[in-house]
Design a protein around this ligand. Structure first.
Ligand SMILES: Nc1ncnc2c1ncn2[C@@H]1O[C@H](COP(=O)(O)OP(=O)(O)OP(=O)(O)O)[C@@H](O)[C@H]1O
Length: 309
C-alpha cells in the first residue's frame, strides 16, 4: 500500500535523522562498524615514523575486523617495543579514527598498570574490579576499546582475569564482547626486536625487509616465558587469544629527526633543519659503539625542542 510504504519510509528516514542529530550533540557508540581505512592509513603515514610493520599490521587487522559484521571474537592486539617508539601514540591515533574524541571518548578505556593496579596484595580485588569495569562498559557499548598500558608491570595472573572476554563465546551473561578491541602495550620483547633490527643494520639490510612472522613468533614465546612480561604463562597466549603481536622497532637518528620536524609543524613553526639536527643529536643512542638507536625513541623530543624555541 502506498500510504503504508510512505509512512514506513518516512519513519526510517526520521529515525536516521534523529539518530544522526542525537549523535551530533552527544557521543554515540559506534554501531555500523565501518572505518575509513584510507583516512586511518593517511593518519598513520603522516604521523608515525619508522614503524612499517606496526602500521601495516594494525591497519589490516583493525579495518578487517571492523568490516566483519559478525566477528567470532574481539580483536586483541599486543604492542611490544622499546620506550618512546610510538605504542601509545598509534593507539591514540587509532582510537581517534574510530571515536572522534579519541582516548577522551567515553567508549575508549585506558588502564595503566602502575596507576590502577599498584599493590600485588590486592590482586583478587583488581581482578573483580577489572571484570566489572569491562562488563559494565561493554553492556553500554559493544564497540568499546580497552587499552592496557604497562602490561609488563602487571602482576602475573591479573591479565588472565579478562580471558573469558577475549574468547570465542557468543555471549557471557547476556553480553557479547565480540565487537570490542583490546590493546595491550608493553616494553617486553624490546630486546628481541632491537637485536633483530641491529642485525639487519649490521648486515646492511633495510629494516623495511624485516619479516613480521619471524618477529611475531619470537615475541609470543618471549611474552609467555618471561616472568616480567605480564603474560607469563598466561592463558591468553596459551589459548591463542592474542590475534597480533605487533613489534615496534627502535628508532634511528633519521626517525628522531622526523619526529622533531613533526613537532615543529604541530606547534606552528617553520621547519629549521639546524634545530632538527641539534635536537636529534642531543638524544642518546645505543649500542654504545655503533650509536644506532635512540634510547628513548622520540619520547623526550618535545621537551628537548623547548630549549631551541
Ligand atoms: N614512531 C613514532 N613516530 C612519530 N612520533 C613518535 C613515534 N614514537 C614516539 N613518538 C613521539 O613520542 C611520544 C611518546 O611516544 P609513545 O608514548 O607513543 O611511546 P611508547 O612506545 O608508548 O613508550 P612507553 O613504552 O615508554 O610507554 C609520542 O607522543 C610522539 O610524539
Amino acid at each position: 500500500e502506498p500510504i503504508t510504504l510512505t509512512v514506513g519510509a518516512l519513519s526510517v528516514v526520521g529515525g536516521a535523522v534523529y539518530y544522526g542529530l542525537q549523535c551530533y550533540f552527544q557521543e554515540c557508540c559506534f554501531q555500523n562498524g565501518a572505518i575509513n581505512s584510507t583516512a586511518l592509513e593517511l593518519d598513520f603515514d603522516s604521523n608515525i615514523f619508522g614503524q612499517h610493520l606496526a602500521k601495516r599490521v594494525i591497519l589490516k587487522g583493525v579495518t578487517g575486523f571492523m568490516k566483519n559484521k559478525h566477528p567470532k571474537k574481539p580483536l586483541t592486539l599486543s604492542f611490544h617495543g622499546w620506550t618512546g617508539t610510538g605504542k601509545n601514540y598509534i593507539s591514540q591515533l587509532l582510537a581517534r579514527n574510530i571515536y572522534g574524541h579519541g582516548t577522551e571518548s567515553q567508549f575508549v578505556h585506558q588502564f595503566v598498570a602502575t596507576l590502577h593496579f599498584p599493590h600485588a596484595s590486592q590482586i583478587d580485588k583488581y581482578k573483580d574490579q577489572l571484570q566489572a569495569w569491562i562488563k559494565g562498559n561493554v553492556s553500554n557499548c559493544e564497540r568499546s576499546i580497552f587499552i592496557f598500558d604497562e602490561v609488563d608491570k602487571m602482576h602475573p595472573g591479573l591479565i588472565d582475569a579478562i580471558k573469558p572476554f577475549l574468547d570465542y563465546y557468543e555471549q557471557l551473561e547476556g553480553i557479547s564482547y565480540r565487537k570490542c578491541i583490546f590493546i595491550f602495550l608493553s616494553n617486553a620483547g624490546g630486546e628481541i626486536i632491537s637485536k633483530l633490527a641491529l642485525d639487519f643494520w649490521k648486515n646492511g639490510k633495510k629494516r623495511e625487509d624485516i619479516n613480521l612472522f619471524e618477529v611475531e613468533h619470537q615475541l609470543s614465546l618471549a611474552a609467555f616465558n618471561n616472568k616480567d612480561s605480564g603474560f607469563w604463562h598466561s592463558g591468553l597466549i596459551d589459548k591463542n587469544l592474542i590475534d597480533f603481536f605487533v613489534p615496534f622497532l627502535p628508532l634511528e637518528f633519521q626517525h628522531v629527526k622526523m619526529c622533531v620536524r613533526a613537532e615543529l609543524r604541530q606547534r606552528g613553526y617553520e621547519v629549521d633543519e639546524e634545530i632538527v639536527t641539534k635536537v636529534a643529536k642531543e638524544m642518546t643512542y645505543f649500542p654504545k659503539d655503533e650509536n644506532v638507536f635512540s634510547v628513548k625513541g622520540c619520547k623526550v623530543v618535545s621537551t628537548k625542542l623547548e630549549y631551541y624555541l
